[in-house]
Ligand binder design. Structure first.
Ligand code: ZN
Length: 129
């Protein structure tokens, strides 16, 4: 799945796109692995509410400030993005039951851009059980 991000940091809700891939696979029961191929992005599952999306980015800024004297910035000016990605992780795993992702009412799948804007790629692997 290709994703074009538009700002340096943002949460992109990819739930509908993952659901479409699951539907097209025809798999009824199994697991779905959603992973990002990049070192400055993450995959998380949480509520898609505007305030919360902003709070998550604010939390990342508090935990890993953008402007600090990071060693990696001597060769590439994006250490904060790598460190934030390390905190979030690069994948999510969800069960598939009766052809549907097992997600709670308030759960959405997000691609988290940490060093955009960029063209990104997310892999969705569906394993039949
Ligand atoms: Zn880097």
């Amino acid at each position: 799945m290709d994703i074009q991000t538009t700002t340096r940091t943002e949460l992109v809700d990819i739930t509908d796109r993952v659901r479409t891939i699951v539907k097209e696979s025809g798999v009824e029961d199994g697991i779905c692995v959603i992973s990002t191929r990049h070192t400055t992005s993450g995959i998380i599952i949480n509520e898609n509410e505007r305030g919360l999306r902003s709070d998550i980015l604010e939390m990342l800024e508090t935990l890993v400030p953008e402007n600090k004297n990071y060693a990696h910035n001597q060769i590439d000016n994006n250490a904060d993005a790598h460190l934030r990605a390390a905190l979030l992780g690069n994948s999510a795993v969800l069960p598939l039951e009766d052809g549907h992702l097992v997600l709670g009412t308030w759960q959405s799948i997000f691609f988290v851009e940490l060093d955009g804007p960029r063209n990104r790629n997310v892999n969705v692997k569906i394993i039949k059980s």
